[in-house]
Design a protein around this ligand. Structure first.
Ligand code: IVH
Length: 682
């Protein structure tokens, strides 16, 4: 995956994760399972590890939970409420201890005592006691700021309103402060009874006990909470004036003696093996427990070691959630549907006869791609074994009726959305629709790219307007942009539009008649044809018409590959694009309406001619393609990685390893503003 693709995917992941955070935390109405959510987080983490320069300050990896709901008062936590890293295997648990030993400079066989206890599937809550009085109860929120649920928590019987003795520190240092943290949850039986009552009363039905607990706690009216059977189990603490004890184990016993419920499956173990044995015991007990759990939490027992280990990112180094493994089930594959993504990728989705796996009903599985279907020999009607692992979307692990003599599934060679040809590039598993310009699934994305600053640069035509015009049926392909003027009067009447803004937009569109053909070509969004390649192609062929003629000729492969920077893959993508009649039709309309000028190579001789420039970080004032095109106009070459041959690095926010490399090699580094000055001066 290229850096640009990664940046794009990360941006989408951030949006998707934020949406699911909102559904889960804000509305208590999740649309995806925990494992699907975990898969998004894992993908985000893997991409950020591969492209550290793309990690943004507001990345989902730096957030915990979701921003607090608007209806409850917000409270800042005295100590942040963080999350735990997950492990899914004994190996990962061993690695966790390995990391701890290395961090503490202990020998490789040193045992570190741990506590182990169930991971309750509820929502975490912080209870603040001052001088022994419960003064504040808050949800986790985004980890720094939660919601004030004090009045609601006062209705939970498990939660002490007052602590036995205010503590000896009172006179010496003023108030005593203890913040106890734990999980608010609902038992399985209470959940079933609540849903039955809700159903009878025509109220909201909750998806699982955790959502029911969350929905019940985050109420504006404490009377509602009081009527819901919530429970509390302590698992830690926040701010303390005085330490509770020297070990986690003793601290938990202290909390228990103060009246807080503590899990009776909490234990202390001296080795990894003993920890894993306790994990097995808890897993055995799982089905019979009165409440839902989804794993086992290990914590370093000695609090001085916890202190030294501290936190990394959003989770403590001294704690780990060991999740229960994948759960499997058998069912029938009833259909294979093809979804077309916003970038044209065809993804097969298996529709299943609904089946319960680990407490959720699964009816869809991703089949990933054409190769995966072939690997499993899947056909509609097969019996399949599916798995819901802690960290992945439900998937088919085995085809149980593979040996039945039935015809293989034919993966479509045409896009189900627009009927354009769908092809896989050589060496690629993904099949993509080649009808980018006209495919409804890709329409908004394509139009956005077409009007973007590096391409046609049409001011005033942002994503919102594009979506609005697409919905109205005014915009199908890019050629329609020059037909928008026919809708002028209708548009003026619409919300958010005035005579002035409409005329400005239409003028910006008209102004692009007779524009640079290389920018128009780039705007077509042909796979692999970036701003620089588009210029190279125009320099070689002069017009888009000529490029099309070459791409459709017998000698296309040779002629295209003769252009600098165009290899077999790029040539193939250009041929595929012009092979598709819908695309040719759209291009013809576009050329007739936008009438691009004759191509002028604007590469000048400057002091940058022949130099190599690297752009890194998230550029804020220009797209990466635009930046590359600017470099090219100065006669310079834009490269992807920093080496001794690099002459300049332009770094946006969040630049990482490349910046370090530049410093090591003594390559000069400028920011975007300085780069803009260089471009203007050259
Ligand atoms: S300890 C620094 N212990 O799981 C955070 N958490 O995935 C230390 N949870 O936010 C948390 N049971 O809401 C801890 N026995 C347990 C837990 C537990 C459930 C929740 C908690 C936490 C989340 C982390």
């Amino acid at each position: 995956m290229s850096e640009a693709e990664a940046a794009n995917r990360l941006m989408r992941l951030a949006r998707e994760i934020a949406r699911h955070d909102r559904l889960y935390h804000g509305e208590d109405a999740p649309e995806i399972s925990d494992s699907e959510y975990d898969a998004l987080i894992a993908e985000n983490r893997a991409l950020e590890a591969a492209f550290p320069q793309l990690v943004r300050a507001d990345s989902p990896s730096k957030r915990v939970g979701a921003a607090p709901a608007a209806s409850l008062a917000k409270v800042a936590h005295a100590r942040p409420m963080l999350s735990l890293d997950n492990a899914f295997s004994s190996e990962e648990v061993a690695e966790f201890l390995g990391r701890i030993r290395r961090f503490l400079s202990l020998s490789a066989d040193a045992e570190v005592a741990l506590t182990a206890e169930p991971k309750i599937d509820g929502l975490s809550c912080s209870l603040r006691y001052e001088d022994g009085e419960l003064v504040l109860a808050a949800t986790r929120g985004d980890g720094s700021v939660g919601e004030d649920v004090t009045a609601n928590v006062r209705t939970i019987r498990d939660v002490p309103q007052k602590l036995p003795t205010p503590g000896p520190s009172r006179k010496r240092e003023g108030r005593s402060v203890i913040e106890v943290r734990g999980e608010v949850y609902m038992s399985k039986a209470d959940f079933a009874a609540l849903n039955a009552r809700q159903e009878a009363a025509g109220g909201k039905i909750f998806a699982n006990p955790r959502n029911a607990a969350a929905g019940s706690l985050r109420q504006k009216d404490p009377a509602v909470t009081a009527a819901r059977p919530l429970r509390f189990l302590a698992h830690g603490w926040g701010e303390l004036r005085e330490p509770l004890a020297e070990t986690q184990w003793d601290a938990m016993r202290r909390l228990s003696s103060l009246g807080f419920p503590v899990s009776d499956l909490l234990t202390r173990v001296a080795s990894v093996d003993a920890a894993l044995a306790h994990y097995a015991r808890i897993e055995q007990a799982r089905a019979d427990l009165p409440f839902d759990i989804d794993g086992v939490v290990y914590k370093v027992d000695r609090l001085d070691l916890q202190e030294r280990l501290g936190f990394a990112n959003r989770a403590p180094r001294w704690g780990l959630a060991h999740k229960f493994p994948a759960e499997r089930a058998e069912t029938t594959l009833e259909n294979i549907e093809i979804q077309v993504g916003r970038t044209g990728k065809l993804t097969p989705v298996g529709r299943l006869k609904p089946v319960g796996v680990g407490g959720v009903i699964v009816q869809n599985v991703t089949l990933h791609n054409r190769d995966e279907i072939a690997r499993l020999g899947l056909r509609i009607g097969d019996r399949v074994r599916i798995q819901r692992a802690g960290d992945v979307i439900p998937q088919v692990v085995e085809n149980l009726t593979r040996d039945e003599k039935r015809a293989a599934y034919n993966f479509p060679d045409h896009c189900p959305m627009c009927d354009s040809e769908a092809v896989a590039e050589e060496g690629e598993v993904d099949v993509r629709c080649t009808g980018g310009l006209i495919c409804p699934a890709q329409r908004i994305e394509r139009l956005k790219h077409f009007v973007s600053r590096g391409a046609m640069d049409i001011e005033g035509l942002g994503e919102k307007s594009i979506a609005e015009f697409v919905a109205l049926g005014w915009l199908g392909g890019p050629a329609d942009i020059w037909r928008l003027k026919a809708h002028r009067d209708e548009l003026v009447g619409r919300e958010g539009w005035k005579d002035r803004s409409v005329d400005n937009l239409l003028a910006a569109i008209e102004a692009k008649i007779g524009f640079d053909p290389a920018r128009l070509l780039f705007g077509l969004g042909i796979r692999h044809v970036g701003a620089v390649t588009a210029r190279d192609l125009m320099r070689a062929f002069g017009t888009i018409e000529e490029l099309e003629r070459v791409a459709r000729s017998e000698s296309a492969a040779g002629e295209l590959s003769a252009v600098e920077g165009v290899g077999a893959v790029v040539a193939g993508a250009i041929v595929d694009f012009f092979h598709e009649p819908h695309n040719r039709d759209e291009v013809a309309q576009l050329l007739a309406l936008a009438k691009p000028a004759a191509f002028v190579s604007d590469t000048r001789q400057t002091e940058w001619t022949g130099k190599t420039i690297v752009f890194t970080g998230s550029l804020e004032t220009m797209s990466r393609d635009e930046a590359k095109a600017q470099a090219e106009r100065l006669g310079a070459r834009a490269a992807g990685s920093v080496s001794a041959k690099t002459d300049l690095v332009v770094a946006g926010p969040g630049a990482g390893s490349k910046l370090k490399k530049a410093a090591e090699l003594g390559v000069p580094v400028v920011d975007e503003a300085e780069w803009a000055a260089i471009v203007a001066a050259a």
